[in-house]
Design a protein around this ligand. Structure first.
Ligand SMILES: Cc1cc2nc3c(=O)[nH]c(=O)nc-3n(C[C@H](O)[C@H](O)[C@H](O)COP(=O)(O)OP(=O)(O)OC[C@H]3O[C@@H](n4cnc5c(N)ncnc54)[C@H](O)[C@@H]3O)c2cc1C
Length: 410
């Protein structure tokens, strides 16, 4: 049995965990020792699961500040406009109810679409050979304990990892959160998320489309090479039927939803499905312990914000730990962790409630509600200042932002 000491132990080497590791290694260089623990084998090539992320402007700045953006920029499709509709599939004419010019007030693109595996690989490469980072993977956590004085994680091979601060970045089902005694509230959605990458015959022109169908939202996220990622939340029974279809019938279903707008469609990768739920912890911290990413907020993918929230958590925590470390404070210092919780809690709770509400509001297929939604969206479409405000909000460039999200070095 061996015992090793670190300044920070990060459990979960995915988007949130790797971003924190990268930011801390970049800030402190050889003055910090970071352990990254993951139950999966770290690999240079993360598997392509067909997912693509809408990365909003504030997130692009964070990735740029972490020195990651240049490695993904070549594969990032710039979103030129965003169209929202809730019209029926049987409607012969399906105009968009709201069309956003996807640029912020300063003319910068509001969002980019990036394949998930490319982002994961870029983050992994940024820390893979950093001497400040020690990997423990594949490794399961046997037990863990924290108090005001110290924190310790025991792995299944008997290794004990002592750290001034433990960061749980182990996803929405976080085991570590449970071990820290942090309770959650939430519920499963009666929906399944279906993801497929497709290639279009006609140019998509960078338009992102959100079509609210009664079973759940159907999103078309444009990708480089005239491809797109379809992210489709359907009610469980309908999703099981769609997932069971052969490729040709699946493409026909997509074609019906896309309405022939981009010509012939072909599959360009695996199709996958995920159960969807909402999960919010009651606290983001406990002694010598902090939650980031999906462990801190499992939200509905309706607005494509999960990774964006995760990277905002990472940016806030990096900044707080950088400030603490520079004046020689212990990374597990409770005052700093309280600051992190105050800072990030509002954003994650508001976002989770908003996406939950949107999903419910659009899932109801009543003629009266559709007319009401149509009228509201129609009014919104004619108020440019309100549309600009909504784009700025979605882009994560408003509010009390971490320095990295504002393009400022930590
Ligand atoms: C269908 C779908 C579409 C989505 N689309 C978007 C989108 O367009 N835009 C967007 O921003 N977000 C989107 N998301 C959300 C996004 O995938 C998540 O927000 C993101 O993956 C969260 O990253 P994370 O690092 O917090 O956690 P995860 O990516 O879940 O990573 C958790 C890590 O922890 C490790 N781990 C888990 N348990 C343990 C353990 N016990 N011990 C050690 N290691 C452990 C795992 O191996 C993994 O590496 C989507 C999600 C789904 C399901």
């Amino acid at each position: 049995m061996s015992r090793v000491s670190f300044d920070v132990a990060i459990v979960g080497g995915s988007f949130a965990g790797l971003a924190v590791a990268r930011g801390l290694a970049q800030t402190f260089g050889s003055d910090i020792r970071i352990a990254v623990i993951d139950r999966a084998m770290p690999a240079m090539e993360h598997a392509d699961d067909g997912r693509a992320f809408a990365l909003w402007g504030g997130t692009q700045k964070i990735l740029d500040g972490l020195g990651i953006w240049d490695s993904v920029a070549g594969d990032a499709e710039t979103v030129t406009s965003i169209e929202i509709t809730d019209l029926k599939l049987t409607d012969a004419f399906r105009p968009a109810l709201v069309t956003y010019d996807a640029h912020t007030d300063d003319g910068a693109p509001a969002a980019y679409i990036v394949p998930a595996d490319l982002l994961a690989n870029a983050l992994y490469r940024s820390v893979a050979s950093d001497p400040a980072v020690t990997w423990f993977a594949p490794a399961e956590i046997e037990s863990a304990r924290w108090d005001e004085a110290a924190g310790e994680i025991t792995l299944n091979d008997g290794t004990i990892i002592a750290a001034a601060l433990t960061i749980a970045a182990d996803g929405r089902q976080s085991k570590l959160r449970e071990k820290a005694g942090i309770k959650t509230i939430g519920w499963p959605y009666p929906q399944t998320g279906i993801v497929a990458r497709v290639k279009f015959e006609l140019p998509h022109g960078g338009v992102a489309i959100q079509h609210f169908l009664p079973g759940g939202p159907f999103a078309i996220l444009p990708l480089k090479g005239n491809r797109a990622c379809i992210t489709w939340s359907a009610d469980k029974k309908e999703a099981a039927r769609v997932i069971g279809l052969d490729d040709e019938s699946f493409l026909q279903e997509l074609d019906q939803r896309i309405g022939g707008r981009f010509g012939a469609i072909s599959l360009d990768g695996p199709r996958r499905s995920w159960p969807l739920d909402l999960r919010l912890p009651r606290r983001l911290i406990s002694p010598r312990f902090a939650l980031v990413g999906d462990a801190a907020h499992g939200v509905h993918p309706i607005a494509g914000q999960g990774v964006n929230l995760a990277l905002r958590d990472a940016a806030a925590l990096i900044e707080i730990l950088a400030d603490a470390g520079r004046i020689g404070l212990d990374f597990g210092n409770g005052t700093h962790l309280e600051k992190y919780q105050r800072w990030r809690r509002f954003d994650s709770t508001m976002s989770a409630s908003l996406y939950d509400g949107l999903n419910r509001a659009f899932a109801i297929d009543s003629m009266v509600l559709r007319a009401g939604r149509g009228a509201a969206l129609g009014v919104l479409d004619r108020i440019p200042s309100l549309k600009n405000l909504i784009i700025a909000e979605a882009a994560g460039i408003t509010g009390d932002l971490p320095k990295l999200a504002r393009g400022v070095t930590v």
